[in-house]
Write a protein of this length. Structure first.
Length: 349
């Protein structure tokens, strides 16, 4: 898998011009969703108009990261005369970079694509690392491939378009990166005033967070070993997200934050994660993300959802846990009773 060139942008117009020029192409396409087109398109309108780019716009929100939207992108690429030598620029959040990356990876057996993430979640997670895909049959990212974009252009000016909930959603992935990295990074993250963020400081923190993910992906691009570290919080988190999708949908980062509570609890009693650091992290999550109205009647459904997780082997639910900050323990398991204990802690903690 070719490695993406990740650029923390200081001049998005120049860097995108250079990136497009580096991807020799006959036709250029831009994928956005309705929200991104309204809020972010004006930054690049003049440049992309000059490039004679054809715009593909999908409905917004993760609920539209599905087969219907994928077929729309394929259809518009085909109708627009795209060939295997064309290039697709994905301008948007994780929904757009996941969907667009998968569409580009499968159209004509693969065309070049460039990611320009416009949400904090996409900047530190979805647009980096080569995972592409769509939701299917009520499950998150059930269908997809590993394929790196040629470039990822990260420009934090787009964060000014986000509301507080979407900033918080992306920040949960940064918190995860801190937990699997080192104590200094973790401490900076849990003391950051998330409800009144300093966007200039956040820009520096984004660059560091991306480096954490990039280092891990370089070691294990196809998630055979250490890349599973990036799944901390996600076994419970994806189950929470799928559970909420049938009731009142929650943002991905909120699901991950709630998943971190459960998986840090498991980490404490299974592999010795320090209780005080767990409580500090849980306190930060409670203050900034609130609660999810799960009851004990939902436990069996949540466990059933966890059995669909792609990290599982032979039907055994697989977790990434921590012995300490930066002490990563992949391929951990838990009994149904231990999972229910973690859910008890989540509801009551």
């Amino acid at each position: 898998m070719m490695k993406s060139r990740i650029i923390i942008s200081q001049n998005i117009a120049k860097e995108l011009t250079d990136a497009i020029a580096s991807c020799r192409h006959d036709r250029l396409f831009i994928l956005t969703d309705e929200t991104t087109h309204r809020l972010c398109w004006p930054v690049l309108d003049e440049l992309l108009h000059a490039q004679e780019a054809k715009v593909i716009t999908t409905p917004a929100s993760d609920t539209h990261k599905d087969v219907t939207s994928l077929m729309q992108v394929w259809q518009e690429l085909s109708n627009g005369g795209a060939t295997r030598h064309s290039c697709l620029v994905n301008l948007g959040g994780g929904m757009v970079t996941d969907l667009g990356g998968f569409a580009a990876s499968t159209f004509k057996r693969g065309i070049n694509f460039i990611n320009i993430p416009t949400t904090l979640l996409a900047m530190v997670d979805a647009s980096v690392g080569g995972k592409t895909g769509i939701n299917f049959n009520g499950l998150k990212n059930e269908i997809g491939v590993f394929n790196e974009s040629r470039f990822v252009l990260i420009d934090t000016q787009f964060l000014q378009t986000l509301d507080a909930k979407n900033i918080s959603s992306g920040y949960a992935e940064m918190l995860k990166h801190g937990l699997i990295s080192d104590e200094k990074t973790w401490n900076e993250l849990i003391t950051f005033p998330l409800m009144q963020p300093d966007l200039k400081k956040l820009q520096c923190m984004v660059a560091e967070s991306v480096k954490v993910k990039e280092r891990i992906v370089e070691q294990d691009p196809h998630e055979q070993g250490i890349r599973k570290a990036l799944n901390l919080g996600h076994t419970f988190g994806h189950a929470f997200e799928s559970w909420a999708l049938k009731r009142s949908p929650i943002l991905h980062g909120y699901a991950v934050a709630f998943g971190l509570i459960c998986e840090l609890y498991l980490s404490c009693f299974k592999v010795g994660f320090p209780t005080e650091r767990m409580r500090q992290t849980v306190s930060f999550i409670r203050e900034n993300y609130g609660y999810l109205p799960v009851t004990c009647n939902d436990y069996d459904e949540l466990i059933a959802l966890m059995t669909h997780d792609k990290k599982n082997t032979n039907g055994i639910i697989n977790f990434t846990l921590l012995g300490n900050i930066g002490d990563i323990r992949i391929n951990q398991t838990a009994t149904d009773e231990e999972i229910k204990e973690a859910l008890d802690f989540f509801r009551e903690g």
